[in-house]
Every structure is written in C-alpha cells, then in structure tokens.
Design a protein around this ligand. Structure first.
Ligand code: SF4
Length: 337
C-alpha cells in the first residue's frame, strides 16, 4: 500500500504508531522532525496515489477542532470538525481533496487524546446548547483505514462521557470490523455517502459498490448503531428519477428507514481549483458534459433551476420511500421556492 512510512521522532514509541507499523513490517520507515516540514512541500501529482503513495504518522498541532461551514449538518446546533487525517485511499472523481493538498500522500495524526481534550473544551463552551456536533472525516474517510489507525475505541469512550456531544463518522467504506467490536452509542452516528449504483461505479473509483455499503449499513443498524445517509454529491444522469427511485428502493429493502438518524442532500460542487484538477485528472469523466455555472458561494455548480429540480425530486422520492420531513436536510445548499 505504501512505498515508505515517515514517522515523527516525537511519536515513534506511541502505541498507535507501533500498532500501525506492525501491519507493514516490510515497508521502509524514516524518522522525521515534523510532518508539516515535509508533507505538501513539494508538489506531487494527485494520481500518484495509484502507485507511489507514502504515509506520514505524527501529531496534529495547531487547530485541532474547527467550526464547520454553514449548513454543514442538522440545523439548530453548533457543528465542528476535527482533523486526524489528510487524504484518502479512494478516488472519487469529484473529491475536493485533489485541489486541497499538493500531495495525495496519507497523513495520520495519532494524538487523539489531545484532540479529545479540545473536543471536551469546545463542548463545555456551549453550556446552553442541547447538542454540539463533531464531525470526523472532513479530510479523509473515517472508516476506510480505521483498523490500522485504531482510534475508534478512544472516541467511543470519550463520547460516553460527553452526553450532549454528537459524533459523526463519515464514510464510503464498508470497513466496519472495528465498529462491530464496540457497543453502540446513541450519540455516535456512522453516516454513509450513497449515490445510484451506476454513479458509484462511474465516479467513486476504488470504493465499495452500493450493495456492499448498504450491507454494512444494515449490519450496523442491526447491531444498534445509529446510521445517517448523505446523498451527496448528487450528480445529474439520464433517467435521473428512475435511478434515484431504485436507490431509495434498495435502501428501503435493506434498512429500517424510520431509524435512520438523518438524510442529507447536496448537489455536486467544486471550487474553481478543484474543478481544474478534475479536468486534469479525469479528462474523460462524464462530469465534463454538464453546463456549469458559478453559484452563490463562487463554487462551480449546476444552474439553480436544475439544482432545485434535482433536490426536489430526490426529497419527494425519499418521502415516498418512507423517510419523514424531519429526517431530510440540505447540506451546503440553498433552495429557492
Ligand atoms: S471517499 Fe471522500 S475523501 Fe475519499 S476520495 Fe471519495 S470523496 Fe474523497
């Protein structure tokens, strides 16, 4: 998986570093002072993630927990995200990470106890709020490599002590082995990004197929873990309504929809830089056939009428399938009447 693993000297004897390294006994390792002095310093083409990937293990410094953008999660509560990893093994063609870092190398920050202290502090700074949300997976996938990084038991213990804190683990992975070993907690939601089977195949390269994701979701739900759904990014395709109706039908067959914590809807969007990267990295992608416009937040999106139409259709299909109004919210999107 990796050509080389860089380890910060300060963390070389940390149990999580040792656990990670034990999975790669034959991969060369190199000690470094600080990740920030090497990672992202020299531009490395994004697609080298396919055959020339390196890993960095170390300690997150600076801002450990940050406020999430507006309309990021369920409204009415403060939302934050925390950073314990940069980059991802998967290769979704629309992924914003391809324009965010100058390197696809994977970075793992393993000082979770420090991140946890900051989470406690932020939670305490909202004495009047009933819920304070923390999201993992803003710069990576929360589950894909959780068997190597080993942080989930720590966050499950931490959130047990923070009843009003809510944790969201965002993923496209079906790697639920670690989660299955943990007792479900009602303040920890595992949320899966889903799109139609054809779109998963066309755009979410190297990710598990839709059926595999749904199976993992069903297993978690059967064990009592709260699950959420992100239908995001929504991409236009021929037979749009039919394909999304099939997606909801699959969900209905596999899941108890009434127990799904939330369903967020968001239409595909790019910053200008990310869009240029998508053109460069995936020149044959069907994404390039669309009529893009610059939208209210300067991002590249479909036209407003098309976005509203797609969101309206998906919401109606979701309600018809059995979700209720309260479960569905729009992520990073404004809808006009
Ligand atoms: S799973 Fe998420 S982080 Fe990973 S490549 Fe896809 S969009 Fe990017």
């Amino acid at each position: 998986m990796f050509k080389r693993i860089f380890v910060e000297k300060e963390m070389r004897d940390h149990p999580r570093v040792l656990q990670f390294l034990s999975s790669f006994p034959n991969i060369p390792t190199q000690e470094i002072e600080e990740i920030d002095k090497i990672f992202n310093r020299v531009k490395k083409p994004y697609l080298q993630k396919r055959d020339n990937l390196q890993a960095f293990l170390g300690r997150k410094r600076g801002s450990l927990v940050k406020p999430a953008p507006d309309a990021y999660g369920l409204s009415g509560s403060p939302h934050y995200y925390f950073i314990h990893s940069y980059n991802c093994l998967y290769e979704c063609q629309y992924c914003y990470l391809q324009g965010y870092f100058d390197s696809p190398d994977l970075v793992f920050f393993l000082n979770h106890e420090e991140i946890g202290e900051k989470i406690k502090e932020v939670c305490d700074s909202h004495p009047d709020q009933e819920e304070v949300w923390f999201h993992a997976g803003e710069f990576s996938d929360s589950l894909a490599l959780s068997h190597l990084t080993g942080e989930l038991p720590y966050y499950f213990s931490l959130f047990q002590t923070l009843p009003k804190a809510r944790l969201e683990l965002r993923t496209k992975s079906a790697n639920i082995k670690e989660l299955k070993a943990l007792s479900p907690q009602k303040n920890i939601t595992v949320s899966f990004s889903l799109s139609t089977a054809a779109q998963v195949k066309a755009f979410d390269l190297k990710t598990p197929p839709l059926k595999t994701r749904l199976k993992a979701m069903r297993e978690l739900q059967n064990l009592g873990h709260p699950i959420g759904i992100h239908i995001d990014p929504v991409i236009y395709e021929d037979d749009f309504e039919k394909k999304f109706a099939e997606l909801f039908q699959e969900m209905k067959t596999q899941l108890d929809l009434s127990a799904v914590h939330y369903v967020s809807l968001g239409v595909v969007r790019f910053t200008k830089d990310v869009y240029h990267q998508v053109q460069k990295n995936y020149p044959d992608s069907p994404l390039h056939g669309a009529d893009w416009v610059k939208s209210f937040d300067q991002k590249v999106r479909y036209s407003r009428p098309l976005r509203n139409w797609m969101l309206g259709k998906i919401k109606a299909l979701g309600l018809a399938a059995g979700f209720n109004e309260k479960q569905i919210y729009l992520c990073m999107e404004e809808m006009e009447n």
